[in-house]
Design a protein around this ligand. Sequence first.
Ligand SMILES: [Ca+2]
Length: 160
Amino acid sequence: MKSHRNKKGFTRLEIGTRPVVKKSLTGFTLVELMLVVIIISILVAMVMPRLAGRTEQAREAAAKADIELNIGSALDLYELDNGAYPKTEEGLNALLTKPTSAPNWRGPYLKKRPVDPWGNPYVYKYPGTRNVDYDLYSYGRNGVEGGDDDITNWDEEGTQ
Ligand SMILES: [Ca+2]
C-alpha cells in the first residue's frame, strides 16, 4: 500500500486502506460461500438425479416383473386349468374370483388385484391386439396410454 506515504492525510489513508482490507475480507467470505454453494450444487447435481433415476428404474423393473412373471405366470396357470386365458371383459379379476366361464377354476391365482407401481391397474386384453394370446401392460409413469413410458408384454421399438 503505497498510498500512505505519498498521499495527503490520515483521512485519505483511512479511506484508501479501508476498502482494501474490506475487500480482502469480503473476498475471503465470498470464496467460502462459493465453495459451500459449489459443494451443495455438486451434491444436488450428482445425487438427486441418480436417486430419482434409480427409483424410476426400480418402478419400471417392478412393473416388468409383474407383467412378465407374477401376472404372466398366474395367467398361464389359469390357462392350464381352464383351457383359455380370461376374456377382456373378465379381466384380471378372473385370477381372483371365479368367472362363470371357467368351471375348472382352481384359483385364486393371485393374492390381490395387481396395481402397477404408479398406482394404476394393469391393462389386460384377450384376445390381444399386439400379441397372439394376451396383451398386458402398464400405462407407466404418466398414467395414460402411450408416451413412450408404457411397460408392455410386447416388444416396442425405441422404448427400452
Ligand atoms: Ca404411458
